[in-house]
Structure formats: C-alpha cells, structure tokens
Design a protein around this ligand. Sequence first.
Ligand code: ZN
Length: 164
Amino acid sequence: MNEIVTFGHPSLKSKSVNITEFDEALKKLSERMIKIMYEAPGVGLAAPQIGINKNIFVFDAGEGPNVAVNPKKIEVEGSAVFLEGCLSLPGYYWEIERPEYSKIYCQDINGEDITYEGEELIGRVLQHEYEHLKGKLLLSSLSRKERKEAIKKIALNGFPGNDL
Ligand SMILES: [Zn+2]
C-alpha cells in the first residue's frame, strides 16, 4: 500500500544521523517523502517512518510542502491540548498536551540555515517530527496508563488505517 513503517519497526526507535551531502539524491528523497506524506495523507513525515534513519522531515501545515534537514534545536512555548495521530500509528488518536509554539533551527534542501516556527498545527507538527528523528514515538507522550492501554489495543486490533 505505502512505504510507511508502523509501530514496532526498529527504525522508529533509532536516533537518526545528520545529512552531509546536499546532492541530487537528497532532493529525490525529499520529493519522495513529500509524495508519500500527501498520499497517506498526512501533515508531516520523518525519514525514519520510511525506514531511513537520517535527519530529515517534511511537513505541510497548510502553506505548502517544507523540508527540514538536520534540525539542531527546537524552542517551545506555551501549552495546548490537541487530538494527535501519527502515520506510523494509523487509525489511532490521542488528546496530547504539548507546548503550543515551536521554532526549529535546521537546514534547507541546499544546506542553507533556515528556521520554521508557528503555533497550533505547525507548532505541533514541528515537535512531533523532531521527536521521530530522536527515535521517539507519540506513545511516549502518553501517560503510563494510556500507553499501556494503547499498546494493548494495537496488539489486539492492529492498525485500522486512516482510510476507513
Ligand atoms: Zn509521527
């Protein structure tokens, strides 16, 4: 169906490594990731979600596709609760409290320094995708009890998918 790996795949738990070559292959990878993200459909996709442990993610929080390479720092502020899902946990959503605003320092597809920032959806997507690159999945943002229940549900029902 698609190339997105789901909870349980080792690449989702591994830390990603920095990208050193800003070449044609990197452009191709980013284009492929954007295509997979839109087809899913989703608002963000990190390389580990397609089994590649490299520091790159793509997102579209309503203003067109963006590419973030080698994010080195994220600044956050405020707090908001939002129903959040993940393409690697298709069909599941949880109310998650997170900082409302994020600003991320990274590079663009050509290796130039760039920042992305915003509140609401973009603030959340930036934090979510940044965590993927650190080997962290949405489940770790849940309370212990919620996480236990979630893992049990997944074990019993698998992934119903986003396109029911
Ligand atoms: Zn995700």
